[in-house]
Design a protein around this ligand. Structure first.
Ligand code: Z5A
Length: 215
């Protein structure tokens, strides 16, 4: 596979969507062939799974293991239908969330068995790791207040307790310390413009320098 898988991770409201849009405009200006995608919901089947996973359903709560299996199912479909073919075509893939989200949310957040999560991640991905993961690090309160200040209603996971989101944040902190050559921390509390410049610098240094030696 000759493309590159670039993943954006972080707690709610950390700015993934904003930065992925800016990065896609940058790649376009460099004539780099890319696709934008996300988990959950990067395929037709995944869109149904995303709705089931995120809609609020007070009367029919989603069980924790069920939730884990649905994220794994979404990922397995995403890999086969989107990620593998586009990587084989040599495309850069900008992906909103991937396996580290499951470790952070279902592992650290929900406290599910980490070895089960790792096994499921492996089954779903066949071992396909990101080439580079940008972790947008913002305080949980900052991210949630950005979301609560926006028009959109909070979904099922956003409505979890602050303690849950803090455990998720702890998960990202430990993942970044464990995989320093794959996960790059970017301070997401800075202005959108500064965050974008910092991400560009990382991408340029790590992935794009061959394509764009002068940029
Ligand atoms: N999940 C899981 O549990 N397990 C898994 O395996 C996977 C996912 C794959 C959906 O994710 C949920 O799925 C998620 C984890 C769970 N939990 N929830 N909910 P999602 O990525 O689709 O949803 P999200 O995490 O809530 O992301 P988001 O809503 O798309 O937010 P974002 O993309 O990180 O942020 P944004 O839309 O770019 O920005 C949010 C607001 O902040 C917006 O008004 C911006 O204008 C503003 N913003 C952005 N950057 C800045 C800066 N730098 N300064 C000030 N304001 C800013």
């Amino acid at each position: 596979m000759s493309g590159k898988l670039i993943v954006f991770e972080g707690v709610e409201g950390c700015g993934k969507t904003t930065q992925m849009t800016l990065c896609s405009q940058w790649l376009e200006s460099l004539s780099v062939s890319f696709v934008l995608t996300r988990e959950p919901g990067g395929t037709e089947l995944g869109k149904h799974l995303r709705r089931l996973l995120l809609e609020k359903s007070e009367n029919k709560p989603v069980g924790e293991v069920t939730e884990l299996l649905l994220y794994a199912a979404d990922r397995a479909q995403h890999i086969e239908q989107e990620l593998k073919p586009n990587l084989a075509d040599g495309k850069y893939i900008l992906c909103d969330r991937y396996t580290d989200s499951t470790i952070a949310y279902q592992g650290y957040g929900r406290g599910l068995n980490m070895s089960l999560i790792n096994q499921l991640n492996y089954i779903a991905t066949g071992g396909l790791e990101s080439d580079l993961t940008i972790w947008l690090d913002v305080d949980v309160e900052v991210g949630l207040s950005r979301k609560r200040g926006s028009e959109a209603a909070l979904d099922r996971i956003e409505q979890e307790t602050i303690a849950f989101h803090r455990r998720v944040q702890q998960g990202y902190t430990e993942l970044a310390a464990t995989y320093p050559s794959r996960i790059f921390r970017v301070d997401g509390s800075l202005s959108k413009e500064v965050v974008y410049e910092n991400i560009k610098e990382i991408l340029n240094k790590r992935l794009l320098s061959i394509l764009t030696p002068d940029s």
